[in-house]
Design a protein around this ligand. Structure first.
Ligand SMILES: N[C@@H](Cc1ccc(O)cc1)C(=O)O
Length: 418
């Protein structure tokens, strides 16, 4: 293949299905941030070196979103999740690294650059930059103002060529493009994914545990959430299930299909420890299909080559909501199965999970020390009939020890950056 053609092919892979690319003409390949996994898979397959920033410092700069003592555990937890997902999809990970923000953000140089940036950027611009990412509160904190600037410095200190994030990062990205060159550093490219709506329709929310499916949700929880999802016959505009199919299931199915067709994008070692996920189609599906709808009440299966075909059929009421629900549910269950299995087989990951998401209902282990009874003899010279001092009133609280309830499930906290 001619070099140009190859570059073009890689560029197309890097930019497909993105919402927007700013300055894409100077992308060479290298580094990405942030998650939406099928995109990162595309980057990796294009030979890009991907660094995933586990932005612990940012997480607490943003109104202490993640308590500082939990952040380290959560970043470890994310790393386990992400690695398991890439493995399950058969994506080579030798070019994937995870970097913890605090590993370099506390250095002298970084901080000096931050101060320099603070003398260049206006408060107005910093505020505007963070307005869609930093939680907006009545009495905004200073930390929210330095947040976008640190995101700018990260590009330089991670040595990346482009940064990838959700389209919610757009204002930060334009701020970064404006100010990084003013510090004397190169302007980077920014690529943005669309935001994935929640299953209930609308934006995904970590405060509504049923609006998203966790990577470790067991089948019964997936079933419950899918059952609750809003899905009305013929309605394709407010349809969390279709949105999920579009943003996650079909891209993954496509990816798996491409891998099966031999476009493996493997790294030099080309090793795969786990058989990659099967596309979400039945065995009788014609070649090139990426999704199958099977029907419960008669009628044969329908196979789709693109998301649009699926949406069109749903709009034309050729797919019953019940059938869409059931097929999406099963696809999600099969997608999560290897992740859960990896989790259950990995004790270290399980421990990290408990530390990262402690059960808020677990009772603290209360162990009161027995106060020892001390006999105070009467002062000398008070004679034999003197009474001993009374026992301390606040004394013995024996057997009040409670063993904390074992955590049953992981509370839905922070979304894994995805
Ligand atoms: N702002 C990103 C997190 C982030 C932080 C620092 C960065 O350098 C990059 C990304 C978010 O909202 O999730």
């Amino acid at each position: 293949m001619a070099l140009e053609e190859e570059v073009e092919k890689k560029y197309n892979l890097i930019t497909r299905r993105l919402d927007e690319v700013l300055g894409g003409d100077i992308i060479k390949a290298h580094i990405g941030y942030y998650v939406p996994l099928t995109k990162i898979a595309d980057f990796l397959r294009a030979g890009v070196e991907v660094k995933v920033l586990l932005a612990d410092v940012h997480a607490f700069l943003d109104n202490l979103k993640a308590p500082l003592d939990l952040v380290t555990h959560r970043t470890k937890y994310y790393e386990f999740v992400l690695r398991a997902i890439f493995t399950s999809l058969g994506i080579p990970t030798s070019k994937l690294t995870f970097v913890q923000g605090s590993d370099y953000q506390l250095s002298r140089e970084y901080n000096l650059d931050n101060y320099k940036l603070c003398t260049l950027a206006t408060e107005h611009d910093a505020k505007k930059a963070g307005s869609e990412v930093v939680k907006q509160v009545e009495s905004p904190l200073l930390s929210g103002l330095i947040y976008p600037g640190l995101q700018a410095l990260d590009e330089q200190y991670l040595g990346v060529d482009f940064q990838f994030g959700g389209v919610d990062q757009r204002k930060i990205f334009t701020y970064v493009e404006l100010y990084l060159p003013r510090l004397g550093y190169a302007k980077r490219v920014h690529v943005m994914n669309t935001m994935v709506p929640g299953l209930m329709g609308g934006k995904m929310s970590s405060s509504d545990p049923d609006s998203k499916i966790d990577f470790l949700d067991p089948p019964e929880i997936v079933k419950r959430k899918i059952k609750k999802a809003f899905c009305e016959e013929g309605n394709v505009t407010e349809n969390g299930l279709l949105a999920f199919a579009k943003a996650v299931l079909i891209p993954i199915s496509e990816l798996c299909l491409e891998r099966r067709q031999g476009d493996t994008g493997e790294d030099e070692e080309g090793k795969e420890s786990v058989k990659p996920q099967k596309p979400f189609v039945t065995d009788d599906a014609p070649e090139g299909s990426v999704f199958t709808i099977t029907r419960e009440k008669g009628g044969g299966p329908s196979h789709y080559r693109t998301y649009q075909e699926l949406e069109d059929d749903f709009a034309a009421k050729k797919i019953h909501p019940g059938d869409l629900r059931a097929n999406i549910r099963d696809a999600i269950i099969s997608l999560l199965e290897p992740i859960r299995a990896a989790f259950l087989a990995n004790e270290e990951w399980q421990q990290v999970e408990e530390l990262a998401y402690p059960d808020p209902n677990a009772k603290k282990e209360v162990k009161k020390k027995k106060k020892e009874k001390v006999y105070h003899p009467p002062p000398p010279g008070k004679g034999k009939n003197a009474k001993p001092a009374p026992a301390p009133v606040d004394g013995v609280a024996a057997d009040e020890t409670r063993v904390s309830d074992p955590p049953t499930s992981r509370p839905d906290g922070e979304a894994v950056p995805a």
